[in-house]
Design a protein. Sequence first.
Length: 152
Amino acid sequence: MAYATPTDLIARYPNRDLVQLSNEDPTQSTVNTAPLAQALNDASAEIDGYLESRFALPLTDPPQVLTRLTCDIAIYRLQTLRPLHDLADARKRYEDGVELLLRVARGEVTLGLALDNIEPAQAQGAVVTQAGGDASGALPSRVFDRGSLKGY
């Protein structure tokens, strides 16, 4: 499930940029929503990669911050395909978005999903750690270590 639609992207970014990013033909003057939808789906999948260790997916009522992050990541990915003047700005927004997702995955920031300040149920098999150990007191045994990976 995508956290943003092409309409969300169109509302956030200048039309001239979206026309350039969504069309191979430089003479086009309208936004092609098909590549935008693909970029948004890819960005949503990337976001899910960060969230799946902490939340049961799909999120039933995704917060607005995920719409913004999805748009920023999609624009960055689209701009890397075409040389535009604003790539540095897009990269900064992308890196800021990824840093926020990492902080959510580590439990340092919430998504503000519940009105009662209780985050939704954690994903099956997720291990939540606190300073000094996890909530149950024991961590699962390691599957891989230096010895088992030696030679790879």
